[in-house]
Design a binder for this molecule. Structure first.
Ligand code: CA
Length: 410
């Protein structure tokens, strides 16, 4: 296991920080209402990369001052590696400190780190698919017949992706319970989260990608909460899949943790229950060992961690999902966001949605000062994640959102 790379930013050497020098996650920040610009988190600070380009310390064609990572990603893999190498050197212990280029994280406002080109969401955790299928069709028919052969996905809405800290409004939609004769229109009563990882596609492609090529095109990862209205979904989803149930908002964490930073944490996928078709064959382990958790904080109350799981639970890796996505010839764009699908572990304490934790709303879970089946107004849901190294962690920061009451519609 890799060891900590020490930095002259002392807070980056603490074992509990999300942002040691081994991480170097990429975000977009502003201070005092100024223009958003690119930065990397280091300990309790942000290194101002736009300033370093202006000072002539870095030269990436002015892309670091653009307020989004898309232009930088377009420069390609060799430039991704060059920036990481130069930042590692600049921030290493023994190099001249540059306190004038640091901004305290607590004084910065974090923005969307990239412009989402398009958003696709998958359904690729075996335990999640089994749990949800069991609830709706019984355990014998839980997995759809295609599930062990194909990474199932649907095209979502890039326009609904928001950065951590953005409040989310309880949606209205068409609702029809099993005993209702006709649908009605009203606020969702079964509003839920989905604990996922989001992959950021950093290279455009036009035609089928092999899994190894797809792996190289992934720039990095964010935490992703795919807010879902289960009651809207239950009525609308057949035969074309989720639509309005998933269109309210999808929250991502503000820091893109690069594939390069996660390289030491690659792990093999779970055992294949059926052989995969050759176009989905992985040339090596492409899952990641990233510990994940969900916190729920009621209005005015204390947080309860309601689930702990791991990204390594995925049956299909992100690279396989991207290879499948491109297999029809579908062009991919720089800034495409791929949701992994809800990540659930094998046990009750490792489920990635309230739908599973409360088993369809039938078993309330305990939180500080009460119980929950689905999200209540004023609740804040926070996802956290980190790959655990030897005395350090590659953290993602928080992916957090508060649910506001629905608006009265006229
Ligand atoms: Ca989802």
């Amino acid at each position: 296991m890799t060891n900590l790379i020490r930095s002259w930013v002392e807070s980056a050497n603490a074992p509990e920080t999300n942002f040691p020098l081994n991480n170097l996650p990429y975000g977009v920040f502003s201070t005092d209402g100024g223009a958003p610009r690119c930065g990397t988190a280091i300990g309790d600070s942000i290194l101002d990369l736009a300033a370093l380009e202006t000072e002539g310390v870095l030269d990436f064609g002015g892309t670091l001052g653009t307020g989004s990572w898309n232009s930088f990603m377009e420069r390609g893999l060799a430039e991704w590696a060059r920036l990481r190498t130069e930042l590692t050197r600049l921030l290493s212990e023994g190099e001249p400190p540059r306190p004038g280029d640091l901004v305290a994280l607590e004084n910065a406002r974090l923005h969307m780190p990239f412009t989402v080109a398009e958003y696709t969401d998958f359904y690729a955790s075996r335990n999640h698919a089994f749990n949800v299928g069991s609830m709706f069709r019984g355990p014998e028919n839980a997995l759809p017949p295609n599930w062990l052969h194909i990474p199932i996905g649907y095209n979502g809405r890039a326009s609904s992706v928001v950065v951590s800290g953005t409040p989310v409004r309880r949606p209205h939609g068409q609702l029809k319970g099993p005993n209702d004769e006709v649908p009605r229109f009203g606020p969702s009563r079964r509003f839920d989260i989905e604990l996922e990882m989001g992959a950021v596609v950093g290279q455009a492609s036009d035609g089928p990608l092999a899994v190894g090529e797809a792996f190289d095109n992934i720039f990095g990862f964010v935490l992703l909460n795919d807010w879902s209205a289960r009651d809207i979904q239950g009525w609308e989803y057949q035969p074309l899949g989720p639509f309005q149930a998933k269109a309210t908002a999808t929250t991502i964490s503000p820091w893109i943790v690069t594939a390069a930073a996660l390289e030491p944490f690659r792990v093999a996928p779970p055992e294949r229950e059926l052989p995969l078709l050759p176009y989905l064959a992985e040339p090596g382990p492409m899952n990641y060992d990233i510990a994940l958790e969900i916190g729920l904080t009621p209005e005015g109350g204390r947080e309860t961690v309601i689930s702990r799981t791991n990204f390594r639970e995925m049956y299909y890796s992100t690279a396989q999902q991207l290879a499948h996505h491109s297999s029809s010839g579908c062009p991919m764009r720089v800034g495409d966001l791929l949701g992994s699908g809800t990540i659930s572990g094998p046990g009750k304490a490792s489920r990635g949605s309230l739908l599973e934790m409360s088993w369809g709303g039938r078993e309330a879970i305990e939180i500080d000062g009460g119980t929950r089946t689905f999200i209540e107004d004023g609740d804040t849901l926070t996802l956290r994640g980190a790959a655990l190294g030897n005395g350090f962690q590659i953290g993602f920061g928080e992916c957090s959102g508060k649910l506001l009451p629905s608006r009265v519609l006229r």
